[in-house]
Design a protein around this ligand. Structure first.
Ligand SMILES: Cc1cc2nc3c(=O)[nH]c(=O)nc-3n(C[C@H](O)[C@H](O)[C@H](O)COP(=O)(O)OP(=O)(O)OC[C@H]3O[C@@H](n4cnc5c(N)ncnc54)[C@H](O)[C@@H]3O)c2cc1C
Length: 288
């Protein structure tokens, strides 16, 4: 199908993009990689009157550590995450997830900002960022604000972003020593969306768990943070028993639905298995 009529605007600067969003408000949509927006428009689930193409806006495609945080620009493509030496060497949860997103064509165009702003609970990166305790930076012509990702995600395809705002950056606390993490994704075939995805991040200190993060994909109305499981792990010894209890709590926090990818009961079971497996893998990395 063809999308409904729209006017195309190519912003050359961030100020120009924000001014266009302020002018057209609810009738405008940011166009990043187009990997979710264009299919939605073709299906007429979305019919914005104005598209604000931000692909040429400079300064939004950096991956760098600054001021105690990893800062990822909204226009960073999935492929750039997959091939970044900084990500590979210090952020194993992101490194594990990036190559599992879709296929190479989608990864060449799709952006982290688009993935998170789109708020599809089947998206992989939001779970990773929940596990890492990330925040998002939102800019408008009037200023900027920073929100924890867990507050930013409201419902399926719904976030706290205002029509005049753009997501410009994802901020992740800098990797600590003795840390590990991974992303485990159950998919029907390579390139598919997750039947279930589990992101884990673990930091050990003096033989105990200083911080644990667990994000879940495709088992709720948004990507979920398994907060009870995280709290149960904080301060505990990193034993198989502690991991089994956290996995039980994470599975209880999941709200999957039965569909072509599997029954709700099966998906909850996969959450349990993957949380245990992911934490054990993260423990190995943290201890190495
Ligand atoms: C065949 C296929 C398979 C896929 N499989 C997977 C998968 O397995 N896992 C996965 O995680 N994803 C998957 N995706 C989605 C892909 O990762 C998209 O890249 C991502 O969901 C959206 O990123 P985008 O840059 O293309 O955003 P766009 O499509 O350009 O935009 C998506 C939405 O976000 C808004 N938006 C974009 N950028 C910003 C911004 N900076 N600020 C504010 N709003 C913004 C847009 O207005 C739009 O509403 C798949 C897509 C396709 C086509």
């Amino acid at each position: 199908m063809l999308p409904s009529r729209f006017e195309y605007h190519r912003a050359e600067t961030l100020d120009e993009a924000l001014s266009l969003l302020a002018t057209y408000g609810e009738d405008a949509k940011v166009l990043a990689g187009g990997q979710s927006l264009i299919p939605m428009m073709k299906l007429r689930f979305a019919y914005p009157g104005h598209l604000v193409d931000v692909n040429r806006v400079p300064g939004l495609d950096g991956i760098e550590e600054r001021d105690g945080a990893l800062r990822i620009g909204a226009l960073v493509r999935h492929h750039a995450l997959e091939t970044s030496e900084l990500i590979r060497s210090r952020y194993p949860t992101i490194a594990a997830a990036a190559p599992q997103i879709a296929d190479p064509l989608v990864r060449n165009l799709g952006t982290i900002g688009g993935s998170i702003a789109h708020a599809d609970p089947a998206g992989d990166l939001a779970s990773v960022m929940l596990a890492l305790g990330a925040t998002v930076v939102l800019r408008s012509s009037g200023g900027s604000r920073e929100l924890p990702l867990r507050e930013f995600l409201v419902d399926t395809f719904t976030t706290q972003i205002r029509p005049d705002e753009m997501l410009t950056e994802i901020v992740v606390p800098a990797a600590e020593p003795s840390s590990g993490g991974t992303y485990l994704k159950q998919e029907r075939k390579v390139g598919d969306w997750a039947t279930v995805g589990v992101a884990v991040a673990l930091t050990l200190r003096d033989g105990r768990i200083a911080r644990a993060g667990i994000g879940l994909t495709s088992v709720g109305l948004t990507n979920l943070e398994a907060t009870e499981a995280e709290e149960a792990l904080a301060g505990a010894e990193p034993t198989d028993e502690a991991f089994a209890e956290a996995a039980r709590l994470a599975a209880a926090a999941a709200h999957p639905v039965s569909d072509v990818r599997g029954s709700a009961e099966y998906k909850r079971h996969v959450v349990d298995v993957y949380v245990r497996r992911g934490l054990a893998r993260a423990r190995e990395m943290a201890a190495a």
